[in-house]
Design a protein around this ligand. Structure first.
Ligand code: MN
Length: 728
């Protein structure tokens, strides 16, 4: 075939042979084999002459994606063909009709879906929320499209090394923001874990390498320890006649890194670097669930269990279908170790997620947690919401949710994300129950509908015909269903609200002694995110906004904060004029860098710039800033990745710390003594609140760099009575 060298042909042949070998378990007939071969030949012809950035022939990418689809996701023949063809319509002159003629409607529909997802991701005009909404819409067509897309993304992440830095950050941001959570929700644990690990590798290369090196250095010792821990288990289970495999699984770099971040501890202080997994072949004598508990009970004969750390996902599977019994046992060295107990079927569901899920579902024909979630997403998508950002936030909330089980008065169990309230529960029962809820009986005690629920609670909702939702309710719900219902209600009653809004507004203005003027509205409308007066009155009347903070709004200084004490160097070959070395705020020429207000980076932080397309100014964020990740996922081309802190010493940077402790006489004096006298740091703002003998405070201060900040945190933490100090 033209366009390929002999060497290309050899590598392509090798990779395709490997794929065919994996297809043995999915191809049932001669026509299956023919179809895969035909898809390969068409893709090879279509992509000929094209190379990836790494220099290899493009066709190796669709082959690799198909390989993931077959061997890591467990999908079938049609999905494999769609994977081979996934970039054909997007990148070459073939059309969806061509695919339909050659491969039938199913494959063509999947390729069409994949093309739309690719186009959405390449679209730099739409807002990110809209892009992700389009991607999620494919969920309601054929969920395999998303699963193949995840395979595509996984291969792109595996080969991200040859991409330029700003592309790496854009792709990594999208992966962390959407694809890893989706993989989790679809039950693709292994893939989700790898996506997170790769994301970390490209976000924080140094930290990644450091943890990886430390893991490698301690590997031998750890493996010996694991062997010692599991050998008595092996003996015990074998003696009980159980057919099983057991392995010690080392945690991923990402999970170690996130624990270090979460607990603010060094690598050396993380002890649970591995978990043990037991996978058993069930016998016919008792249900799988009972066999899980039997194994658990055998383990308690060897090691002391931690009774409050049992995770029973056998009785209550996770919403993504995950089933297993997790127990925690005391290791010989006195540290707790997690042991996961699964049957072979449970293991397949855990590793393969969705695909295994369908396989077993066909046999049982039941609606499970995954179907329920999908139904919720579909329902939400069918609502005329209009606001893509809201929608996405709602879906995202449900993607990564940790779950708890709540019971109805009749003992029926329902699942909720951690943090859900009685009001969420009310809406889950029925929209009308939610809309008229006035209180809840939680474990037979009357509580507010805003009460946060705990796993195992039994809840009964009290209603009154006269009750109705108001805007404040939105602050007290954590589920997509409740949010949607409240917003729908508030929108429905809005038309009658303009008049009410006008009278509320007039009253408040009189209270404040302000005469409404055009100038006043020019300030108010943008502050409350309204396009015109009607919208403003209507929102006011329906309590979507209130004027409680009007004082602040009116006195707000609308000027953007320009970073006063800022210096950066561009690494690499960027134009020299972008190097800002002066801290001269009055010189407009040099106001090119601004500190992002969301994350307030200071020297020592890992940073990435975002070029504001309107002003050209570069807003500097911490690399792991959530706002930046969202921006990057949307408009990656505006990222400026090669900024680093200048060695030129600037004076000081604004940072904020939060503290908490026991209130006592003189604590404030001690605090300012340490900060201003001992450490010679300027305080910009100090806010302290005291209640019930506890004081809480926020201090904004100017520090030279992260080292000084952390030494300050250290010193402040040692003041008598101070219990907790952290950077905001
Ligand atoms: Mn691709």
């Amino acid at each position: 075939m033209a366009g390929y060298t002999a060497e290309d042909e050899q590598i392509i042949g090798q990779q395709f042979d490997k794929l065919l070998l994996s297809c043995n378990k999915i191809c049932k007939s001669e026509s299956d084999w023919e179809m895969i071969n035909k898809a390969f030949l068409l893709a090879k012809e279509a992509h000929k002459g094209v190379r990836r950035r790494s220099g290899e022939p493009y066709i190796l990418h669709p082959i690799a994606v198909a390989q993931i689809v077959v061997s890591e996701e467990g999908l079938g023949v049609k999905s494999t063909c769609a994977a081979l063809l996934h970039d054909v319509v997007e990148d070459t002159s073939y059309t969806v009709e061509d695919i339909e003629n050659l491969f039938g409607a199913k494959v063509a529909a999947m390729v069409d879906g994949l093309t739309k997802v690719a186009a959405a991701l390449n679209d730099d005009v739409s807002a990110q929320a809209e892009t992700f909404r389009k991607i999620l819409l494919t969920l309601s067509d054929d969920i395999r499209v998303i699963i193949i897309k995840i395979a595509d993304r996984l291969h792109n992440m595996r080969t991200l090394g040859s991409m330029p830095r700003h592309k790496q950050i854009k792709i990594t941001s999208e992966t962390m923001y959407l694809f890893a959570p989706l993989a989790y929700r679809l039950g693709l644990y292994a893939i989700k874990t790898e996506l997170e690990d790769l994301s970390l590798k490209y976000m924080y290369p140094e930290q990644y390498e450091e943890i990886e090196a430390k893991m490698a250095a301690t590997a031998t010792e750890r493996n010996e320890f694991i062997d010692r821990f599991i050998s008595p288990i092996k003996e015990k289970l074998s003696a009980a006649g159980i057919n099983f495999t057991i392995s010690g699984r080392v945690k991923t770099v990402y999970s170690i890194w996130s624990k270090m971040q979460r607990k603010q501890i060094p690598f050396e202080e993380i002890y649970d670097l591995f978990a043990v997994r037991i996978i058993f072949k069930p016998n016919d004598l008792s249900p799988e669930k009972a066999q899980c508990w039997h194994i658990y009970s055998l383990l308690t004969d060897i090691y002391a269990p931690k009774p409050d750390r049992i995770r029973d996902w056998v009785s209550f599977p996770k919403a993504n279908g995950y089933e297993a019994l997790h127990g925690t046992f005391m290791r010989p060295d006195g540290i707790w170790a997690e042991v996961q107990i699964r049957s072979e079927r449970m293991d397949e569901v855990a590793e393969r997620g969705f695909a295994a899920h369908w396989k077993y579902k066909q046999e049982h024909d039941t609606e499970d947690e995954f179907d329920k979630w999908l139904k919720d997403v579909r329902h939400a998508m069918s609502q005329p919401t209009g606001n893509a950002a809201d929608f996405l936030e709602n879906v995202k909330m449900t993607l990564y949710m940790n779950e708890m089980v709540i019971f109805t008065p009749k003992g029926e169990s329902r699942k909720f994300p951690i943090g859900a309230t009685a009001l969420d529960f009310a809406y889950d029962i029925h929209t009308n129950v939610g809309n008229t809820a006035i209180g809840a009986k939680i474990n037979h005690k009357i509580e507010s509908i805003f009460t946060k629920l705990k796993s195992g609670d039994q809840v009964q909702i009290l209603t009154a015909e006269t009750a109705h939702p108001n805007i404040e309710w939105l602050d007290h719900v954590g589920t997509m269903k409740a949010r949607q219902a409240i917003i729908t209600y508030l929108k429905r009653v809005r038309p009658n609200n303009i008049e009410r809004g006008i009278s509320i507004f007039d009253n408040r203005m009189r209270e404040f002694g302000i005469t409404p003027s055009a100038r006043l509205f020019r300030k108010l409308l943008p502050a409350y995110d309204c396009k015109n007066k009607d919208e403003f009155y209507s929102k006011l009347g329906s309590e979507i906004i209130n004027l409680n903070d009007i004082d602040q709004v009116l006195h707000q200084n609308s000027q953007n904060k320009v970073l006063k004490f800022w210096t950066f160097d561009f690494a690499g070959n960027k134009p020299k004029d972008l190097v800002v070395k002066k801290r001269d705020v009055d010189n407009l020429e040099e106001q090119k860098f601004m500190a992002a207000e969301c994350c307030n980076p200071i020297p020592g932080d890992n940073i990435t710039g975002y070029r504001d397309p309107r002003t050209g100014a570069i807003v500097v964020h911490k690399t792991d800033c959530q706002d930046l990740i969202a921006l990057a996922a949307q408009k990656g081309e505006n990222l400026v990745g090669n900024i680093k802190w200048s060695t030129y010493k600037a004076e000081s940077y604004l940072a904020e710390i939060k503290l908490r402790g026991l209130d006592r006489v003189g604590i404030l004096r001690d605090l300012s003594q340490v900060i201003t006298v001992e450490l010679d740091i300027n305080i910009r703002e100090l806010k302290i609140q005291s209640h019930d003998g506890i004081f809480e405070g926020k201090i904004s201060l100017y520090v030279p760099d992260t080292d000084s900040l952390y030494s300050l945190i250290d010193k402040v933490g040692k003041i008598k009575g101070i219990d907790k100090v952290e950077r905001v």
